[in-house]
Design a binder for this molecule. Structure first.
Ligand SMILES: *Cc1c(COP(=O)(O)O)cnc(C)c1O
Length: 395
């Protein structure tokens, strides 16, 4: 028997990524292929570079999409910057900071972890003290939006320290780009990477990536060639950025069509409107969740608008509720990772997923499941709290 056609079940994706994808992006994915050196395709790459410079708020010439998911962008950052023996200070307050540190070690670098409990931010004072006592430091690497905890890391004070200490500043903007400002030039970020499937609302498979001239000069002055051939930005520059357009690897053509369309949607909405939308929906979601006894893990002022991580009280069977949300309502949310496994929910309102309708749909489903479980006796309470944020008052 041949396999049947695969038809994915209907889902509302409100987890930590992938997010919902606009019809226009899905349509772009299904258009016919071009060769990766076709002049029409090269023009499309130019468009993507220009659009990415807008979302990264940069003039960096080297602004591209790395082939691969967010982790490929992370790996590209580390493997190009770090040579054996280099010291890198890494902020570790969740899963992705930990991953950055392990990549530094795999490059033969020395990763000095500056830690904070999961859910908290990394204090600039701790980075400063570490910079002072660590001898020459090649880079400071930090996660802007820690998707494993919902913590929103302030970048500006750390950026300033990097300038004072003449060290490169590497920022993971996988979750934050397109949802909150990522001001590469204003802050002086040297290496910044993201992923398509979070606030840019494109399928996973590409990692937007930008390098300052300072970072590019560091890469070109390496003593040893980058140990990854595939992610070597000095080679990839010949295809993307340097005008020679020399073949390096076959570009993921369809994914780049999709990214161009997703970025066009971002540009049409405008960054300020997009940030405001994420902020408002995140605020409404939290207002509703709090009424259900679900409190955000990160402190006030450091809660990401596109990823809300709430502590689930011990009497609520968190895995069962998530399974019910998926099977009854077709809604996906995320559970906890590492030390937070079984203890938190991670709700993503990223890109196309961030709408008032989705917030209300999720809160309604949670109220229903909480009433069935006997943990809520006042139906409508979470929905009313969210409605107040949207400026609707219901009696
Ligand atoms: C999702 C994510 C990554 C990894 O991206 P993949 O696309 O899963 O490889 C890295 N950093 C952060 C902050 C993320 O949220």
């Amino acid at each position: 028997m041949p396999l049947k056609n695969f038809i994915p079940p209907r889902r509302l994706l409100l987890g930590p990524g992938p997010s919902m994808v606009h019809q226009r992006v899905l349509r772009a994915l299904s258009t016919s292929l071009l060769g990766h050196l076709d002049p029409a395709f090269l023009a499309l790459m130019d468009d993507i570079q220009a659009l990415l410079r807008i979302v990264f708020q940069t003039k960096n010439r080297f602004t591209i999409a790395v082939s691969g998911t967010g982790s490929a962008g992370m790996e590209a950052s580390i493997v190009n910057i770090v040579e054996p023996g280099d010291t890198v200070i890494v902020g570790v307050n969740g899963l992705f900071g930990t991953r950055l540190g392990s990549m530094v070690e795999r490059c033969g670098g020395k990763a000095i972890h500056v830690e904070a409990p999961w859910g908290q931010i990394i204090e600039a004072e701790t980075i400063e003290a570490t910079l002072r006592r660590s001898g020459p430091v090649k880079a400071v690497a930090i996660v802007h939006g820690e998707t494993s905890t919902g913590a929103w890391q302030p970048l500006e004070p750390i950026a300033k320290l990097c300038r004072e200490h003449d060290t490169l500043f590497v920022v993971d903007a996988v979750t934050s780009l397109g949802g909150v400002p990522v001001e590469v030039d204003r802050l002086g970020i040297d290496v910044c990477y993201s992923a398509t499937q979070k606030c840019l609302s494109c399928p996973p498979g590409l990692s937007p990536f930008t390098l300052s001239d300072r970072a590019m000069a560091t890469i070109r002055a390496r003593r040893l060639p980058c140990q990854s051939w595939y992610l070597d930005m000095a080679l990839i520059a010949n295809y993307w950025a340097d005008g020679s357009r020399a073949y390096h690897h076959t570009a993921p053509i369809s994914m780049l069509y999709a990214l161009r369309e997703a970025l066009r949607l971002v540009e049409e909405e405008g960054l300020p409107a997009r940030f405001a939308r994420h902020r408002r929906n995140g605020e409404a979601l939290i207002a509703g969740l709090v009424e259900l006894g679900l409190l955000p893990l990160p402190p006030v002022g450091h809660q990401l608008p596109m990823l809300t991580c709430v502590t689930v009280p011990p009497h609520i069977p968190e895995a069962k509720i998530r399974a019910d949300l998926l099977s009854i309502y077709g809604i996906e949310i995320g559970g906890g990772l590492g030390p937070l496994k079984g203890k938190v929910w991670r709700i993503g309102l990223m890109g196309e997923s961030s709408t008032e309708a989705h917030v209300l749909t999720l809160l309604n489903a949670l109220e229903d499941l909480f009433i069935r479980g006997g943990w809520l006796s006042t139906p409508g309470i979470a929905l009313r709290a969210a409605a107040r944020i949207y400026g609707r008052t219901t009696s």
